[in-house]
Design a protein around this ligand. Structure first.
Ligand code: PEP
Ligand code: MN
Length: 376
């Protein structure tokens, strides 16, 4: 069967594609990122900026979504292409989107830079032949249940139809393991590289189905010899219309990019990583996110103590205006000395006190029963 890999099969040298400035298959790792589905112009701009700041080269975003359920969001279609392409152009990135049939291929082929064939269409031979006639590079995802051989033969269809620029993408296969959406098959990266000269990238997002695993899998993929990564990232994963549970926040994407630099170096590859603009917007935002997380952590700690205090108060003594005034004055002086506006502290503490009082009242009511009974 391997003799059938006339065009895809191993050659003396691995193929290095120079796709209008994007070099893939060489020493440098290529980072691609973006949301699962294009949802809005703003979303694509935010994602594109992050991909660029992170040292990424390609912006992804699905506009025709081959969803497992017919009732899930199916994508924005043509309108989405414009958001994807414009955001990519404005950030000097290439764009990639998935096509699901010849009709969607016709709609995008002159607009996007790279065409993606999804896992569910890996053996849609008619579509493979059609993308083979297009003069755009193709990312060919491995099918959910396809062997490496079937995957390479699918690539062979594209090359045999005249398009030499196929990038193979391992995205996890279905196994009996339920803790992940699919199982990332890193051996397939090594095997595909042994059998073929084509570049191989890894999509850890669809393999894991969980954000918490993405950094480890992405690093492992680079260590295993992948030429690039395709990772889902979304400005607000909790509200994402598709694959939010596996999408990194923009900050997490950027953070991962910083960590990939050393991983690439350790295996003789290069990855420039985040652009070193001094205090780039992204790094400042990452810093703010860390501070905000600390603030919320401290607020949670404060609320716990506040609720304990309730045990030492009778219900008519819960609000203590004198104590509040004293605290605010002290904190305003502290703020002043730290060059933080005292008014900001005053305003915040009014809200904090109100919540404290409400929460103490609530715990009195639930612990000690009906208020009116207590007051009687
Ligand atoms: C995708 O990239 O959003 C996607 C649908 O991936 P896959 O085809 O690998 O499931
Ligand atoms: Mn997806």
């Amino acid at each position: 069967m391997m003799s059938q890999l006339k065009l895809v099969g191993k050659k003396a040298e691995q193929s290095v594609f120079d796709l209008a400035g994007l070099v893939i298959g060489g020493k440098e790792i290529v980072l691609m990122g973006g949301p699962c589905a294009v949802e809005s112009r703003e979303q694509m701009i935010a994602a594109a900026e992050t991909v660029r700041h992170s040292g990424g080269k390609v912006l992804r975003g699905g506009v025709f979504k081959p969803r497992t359920s017919p009732y899930s969001f199916q994508g924005l279609g043509e309108k989405g292409i414009d958001y994807l392409v414009q955001a990519a152009k404005d950030n000097n990135l290439m764009s990639v989107t998935e096509v699901i049939d010849t009709e969607s291929l016709k709609l995008v082929q002159d607009k996007v830079d790279i065409i993606q064939i999804g896992a569910r269409n890996m053996q849609n031979f008619q579509l493979l032949i059609e993308v083979g006639k297009v003069n755009k590079p193709v990312i060919l995802k491995r099918g959910l249940a396809a062997t490496v051989e079937e995957w390479l033969l699918a690539a062979e269809y594209i090359l045999a139809s005249g398009n030499p620029h196929v990038i193979l993408c391992e995205r996890g296969i279905r196994t009996y393991e339920p803790s992940t959406r699919n199982t990332l098959d890193l051996s397939a990266v090594v095997v595909a590289k042994q059998l073929s000269h084509l570049p191989v990238i890894v999509d850890p997002s669809h393999a894991a189905g969980r954000t918490d695993l993405i950094p480890a899998l992405a690093k492992a993929a680079i260590a295993a010899g992948a030429d690039g990564l395709l990772i889902e990232t979304h400005p607000n994963p909790a509200e994402a219309k598709s694959d939010g549970g596996q999408s990194l926040t923009l900050e997490q994407f950027w953070q991962l990019a910083t960590e990939l630099v050393k991983v690439a170096e350790s295996v003789g590859r290069t990855f420039a990583g985040p652009v070193k603009v001094q205090e780039s917007l992204q790094s400042l935002r990452a810093e703010i996110d860390a501070v905000d997380a600390d603030i919320v952590g401290l607020l949670a700690k404060r609320m716990k103590v506040v609720n304990k205090v309730a045990e030492h108060k009778t219900i008519d003594r819960i609000k203590d205006a004198n104590r509040e005034r004293e605290v605010v004055e002290r904190l305003s002086r502290l703020a002043q000395s730290l060059q933080c506006p005292p008014d900001l502290v005053k305003e915040i503490y009014n809200i904090v006190f109100d919540y404290g009082v409400k929460s103490q009242l609530h715990s009195k009511i639930t612990v000690e029963g009906n208020v009116s009974e207590i007051l009687r």
